[in-house]
Design a protein around this ligand. Sequence first.
Ligand code: SAM
Length: 271
Amino acid sequence: MSIKKNYKHFPLKQYGQNFLINKKIIKDIIKAIDPKIKQTLVEIGPGLAALTKPMSQLLEELIVIEVDRNLLNALKKHSFYSKLTVFCQDALNFNYINLFYQKNQPIRIFGNLPYNISTSLIIFLFKQIRVIQDMNFMLQKEVAERLIAFPGNKSYGRLSIISQYYCNIKIILRVLPEDFRPIPKVHSVFINLTPHVNPAPYFVYDINILSRITKIAFQNRRKILRHSLKTLFSEKKLIELDINPKSRAENISVLQYCRLSNYLYEQYKNY
Ligand code: SAM
C-alpha cells in the first residue's frame, strides 16, 4: 500500500512540504542518481518517502534528515524503515564532515528540497564540499536557473559564480507543478551538482575574498565596475587584470572574478 494512502498528513507550508507524486519522475530521479549499494547516500527531507522507499531498496543503508518528527513517525510502519538511519533535525545544522569520517567515504546528498531553505542549504554544503561526491536536488526553476546562468544572462549573479566555482552543474529533469501535492505555484528542475575534480577550472586562494568581491559588484549590478569596485581596484589595475572597467558585474566571468580575488589576496596576504 502506498504511504500516501496509508497516512494522512496535513502538509506544512513552513517546511515546504510539496510531495512528489509522479511515479515516472520518481523513477527517472532514482535512475539519474544511480546509487551503488554500499555508497553513503543522505536524503534531505524524506517526507512521505516518495524517493526514500525506492532508494532504500537499492542500498544497504540510507541516511535521512527530516525536521518534521510526525513524518518520521509515519515512516516507522514500513519495512524499508530498517534500512534507514534517521536524524530528526534541521539539515542546515547537520555535520556532513563527521558523517564522512564515520563512513570513510565521500557522501552523496539528494532530495526534493524545501524551497525556502534550498539556497542557504546549497551554500552551507559548499562549505563542506571536500566530503561530498555529488548532490542531486529538486529546486525551484528560478533557483536552478541562477545556478547554471552564464555572464550576460539575467539570472547570472553571486549564486552562479560561487556554485560554478565549486561544481559542474547539469539539469537532469524539468518537473511540473502538477507532479506534486499540494501543487506548488512554481515549476521545478532536478539538477546534479558534482564538485570539480583536479585540475579544477577555477582556483582562488581565499573563497571569502571571492565572496566579498561578488557581493560588492552585484550590490548594484547595472553599475560599471570602475565605479562599483573603485574601493578595491583602480581603473588601471582592472585593465591590467584584463577586465574592462566599463563592463558590469553581470558581464564578468567566474574566471575573471577569480583573477580579481587572487590579485587582492596577493596584495593583502602579508597584512
Ligand atoms: N522527499 C519528499 C518528496 O519528494 O515527496 C518530500 C519533499 S518536501 C518538498 C521537503 C521535505 O523536507 C519535507 O518532508 C519537509 O518536512 C522537509 N524539511 C523541511 N525543512 C527541512 C529542514 N530544514 N531540514 C530537514 N528537512 C526539512
